[in-house]
Design a protein around this ligand. Structure first.
Ligand SMILES: C[S@@+](CC[C@H](N)C(=O)[O-])C[C@H]1O[C@@H](n2cnc3c(N)ncnc32)[C@H](O)[C@@H]1O
Length: 299
């Protein structure tokens, strides 16, 4: 850039020797605007303007999002059959509900940028859609963040070849088996979306919540659809250490009378106070009746 500026200055000085004073002013104005234009191009590719204009997701994830079915809130393709970089609805007629809804993925992404969360623990990865939403927010934050993502299922992961790999450590284990390994650091955010029975969900909350910083958050998908998760959330609601809010989410499974998955946002407001307890009466709870009022919303 300084070479271009020097050359422009040299050419301008030579030309200006042969022109009258009022022409000089005109030429200088024109040259200044040319220089400003060229500088704008350079700063846009390197600076903040480029960051602001960047797509919110890597292209590969935007392509995967073409498989979202807005009518049902599901995805065309099972996690195992997905072929990385082949995203055409016609190839995958079956709708599957393992990954969070697209709108929830975008919420995770925005939430991480809003709270500037850096160190994240996720349970339930599947094909890695949620993990990509998390990792792309971390890459945009540029704070050296990382997501530790637990799931024993060995599906092809959507982050492969996207450039998001440095932000992700996949732990191919169950939460129970990974508990000791992840207990070596504190987290800003826990994202819980593995097996939705009470026992697994409670195990994760009991073991991972102590690793969460005060003022850190827990995001729990499926707290309205699965009564097992709802029972865990209900206990958090009654515990003064937490501030809890549950939102409805768009998935209908193609039946407007069915429960939606729901998303619970928990803020840990204190470390000291009542511990979380395993309540035997809920052991083994899973979905419940999907056309009935969710357990979490019952008085
Ligand atoms: C609902 S899917 C996760 C979807 C993912 N969050 C997404 O949005 O793409 C649930 C995943 O939990 C995993 N899982 C089941 N039991 C688990 C456990 N005990 N620990 C960790 N992951 C488990 C399953 O293998 C499955 O891939």
């Amino acid at each position: 850039l300084s070479f271009i500026r020097r050359q422009l200055h040299r050419i301008a000085s030579t030309l200006l020797r042969f022109v009258s004073a009022d022409r000089k002013k005109l030429i200088m104005t024109a040259l200044t605007s040319v220089l400003q234009e060229s500088m704008r191009g350079v700063t846009e590719t390197t600076g903040q303007a480029a960051e602001a204009e960047r797509l919110p997701y890597p292209v590969e994830i935007s392509s995967f999002e073409k498989l979202y079915d807005t009518r049902t809130g599901g995805w065309h393709a099972t996690p195992a059959e997905i072929r990385i970089n082949v995203f055409e609805k016609e190839l995958y007629p079956v709708i599957f509900y393992d990954s969070i809804e697209l709108e929830v993925g975008h919420f995770y992404h925005a939430f991480i940028k809003l709270t500037r969360s850096s160190v994240i623990l996720e349970t339930g990865v599947s094909r890695g859609y949620s993990t990509c939403c998390i990792a792309s927010a971390l890459s945009e934050l540029r704070r050296g963040g990382h997501v530790y993502a637990i799931d024993p299922a060995d599906y092809p992961h959507l982050w492969e070849g996207t450039g998001l790999e440095p932000y992700i450590s996949w732990l191919p284990k169950t939460s129970q088996d990974a508990a000791r390994e992840v207990a070596v650091r504190e987290y800003d955010l826990l994202i819980i979306d593995s097996h939705h029975d009470y026992d697994t969900c409670m195990f994760e909350v009991m073991n991972f919540e102590p690793l969460l910083k005060v003022n850190g958050y827990i995001l729990m998908h499926d707290s309205l659809f699965y009564d097992g998760v709802g029972a865990v959330v209900k206990q958090l609601v009654s515990n003064p250490r937490f501030d809890v809010m549950t939102h409805m989410t768009p998935r209908s499974h193609g039946d407007s009378r069915s429960r939606c998955p729901g998303l619970t946002v928990v803020r840990k407001i204190a470390a000291e106070g009542p511990p979380i307890r395993f309540e035997e009466q809920f052991s083994g709870w899973y979905i419940g009746n999907q056309w009935d009022v969710p357990f979490l919303e019952r008085k």
